[in-house]
Design a protein around this ligand. Structure first.
Ligand code: 3HC
Length: 351
């Protein structure tokens, strides 16, 4: 049977002129056998383009997602909450790093991807175009937004593209911590004073529907799902994952003592799932077009942070150049000093 490993051997043998159909057959066989496709393996152009699109969108979501929460670091109600929130926001920067690195293995550069984000040619998740109005929003983001992210991203640990799948393993572990801190924060508010309980309920009311939209459009309007599932980039459809998320959240909301803002939410014995009300897809598409409550603020802040971080990137690049004569490894600075970390240093402040 043709495998990715066999394909690697073929390449090493110098059979680069083998016809595209043969390469494609090897690629298809590797995907069918659940092997990982690695950066130096042959892959269809459209597979590469789809991965760059999805991984870049994912990376952009991680770094834009730092803004709404960083907004609350200075106002966290205790030192413990502040330390937890700082760690979480820092994790998101790390997730951006892993994902930009994964995208770079496909032959694009981080500068190019950031330029596409800043000029509106690549997207980031719709969810981060909503404001964080109260402290309870930090809890609702952890519980619902990170919860939705985990539901969507755990299957990505089995994505057919190796670097993306491996990056997702660590990201999902950290997202689990984020989800739990959000749940614990909301539980404390829900069991607090009537005002605190009301604040938690208000946050859940505002974040519930946008969280359901994170999974993307319904399956019959999802342009990429069928092909991405055939390539095993995605393992489940948007609607399947959305349903899974609803089924997880209903009992958790009961434990929290909070209600989900959907009068049509009820258990369906036949489907063995919760039914839920219609999603406002007009709102979703408007947010994607740039007309959400915070689109302009988010991208303006991102561009400003990038510009203000230029000196850090220049300094790090100069430092890396100075030490590129082999002394880097010796003095313990091998790796990311002039590259990965420098790119995001100084870029993630909130307006
Ligand atoms: N926000 C913005 N755009 C979205 C979207 C969303 N929630 N859902 C779908 N879209 C866009 C798609 O990118 C596509 O547009 P394009 O052709 O211009 O790229 C269009 O809507 C049609 O959607 P499809 O269903 O055809 O797109 P996909 O097959 O790519 O599925 C997806 C969308 C489920 C979001 C998929 O891309 C995916 O699983 N991505 C990886 C996960 C990810 O990006 N998560 C970001 C969440 S936030 C996060 O992780 C941060 C953490 O800290 C919470």
């Amino acid at each position: 049977m043709a495998t990715a490993a066999a394909h690697r051997t073929a390449r090493a043998d110098g059979t680069a002129d083998a016809d595209a159909a043969a390469y494609e057959a090897v690629f298809d066989a590797a995907v069918a056998a659940d092997e990982r496709i690695e950066p130096r393996d042959w892959m269809p152009d459209a597979y590469r383009a789809t991965l760059i699109r999805q991984i870049a969108q994912h990376a952009h979501s991680e770094i834009i997602g730092m803004q709404p929460e960083a907004n609350w670091i200075t106002r966290a109600p205790s030192l413990r909450r502040k330390a937890i929130l700082m760690a979480k926001v820092q994790d998101e920067a790390g997730h951006g790093l892993y994902l930009y690195s994964a995208a770079e293995t496909l032959g694009t550069s981080r500068d190019e991807l950031l330029d596409k984000l800043h000029t509106g040619r690549q997207k980031y998740s719709s969810i981060f175009n909503y404001p964080t109005l109260t402290w309870a929003d930090v809890g609702a983001i952890g519980w619902l937004v990170d919860g939705a992210a985990i539901t969507n991203q755990v299957p990505l640990c089995r994505c057919s593209y190796g670097p993306y799948a491996r990056a997702m393993v660590r990201i999902c572990k950290e997202e689990s911590f984020h989800q739990r801190q959000g749940y614990e924060l909301l539980l404390a508010l829900s069991r607090g004073t009537p005002e605190q309980h009301a604040m938690a309920q208000d946050a859940v009311d505002r974040w519930w529907w946008p969280s359901l939209m994170m999974f993307g459009p319904p399956d019959d309007e999802s342009a990429h799902s069928a092909q991405s599932m055939a390539w095993k980039i995605k393992r489940h459809s948007n609607d399947e994952l959305r349903q899974r998320f609803v089924d997880i959240c209903v009992p958790q909301a009961e434990s929290l003592g909070l209600t989900l803002p959907d009068p049509q939410l009820r258990w369906n014995e036949e489907r063995v799932h919760y039914d839920f009300g219609p999603i406002d897809w007009t709102e979703f598409w408007e947010v994607l077009k740039g007309n959400g409550p915070c689109n302009e603020q988010r991208i303006t802040q991102r561009r400003r942070a990038h510009d203000e971080g230029a000196w850090v990137r220049e300094a790090a690049a100069a430092y890396a150049a100075k030490h590129s004569d082999g002394t880097r490894a010796a003095d313990g600075h091998a790796g990311t000093v002039g590259g990965a970390s420098a790119h995001q240093a100084g870029e993630n402040g909130e307006a």
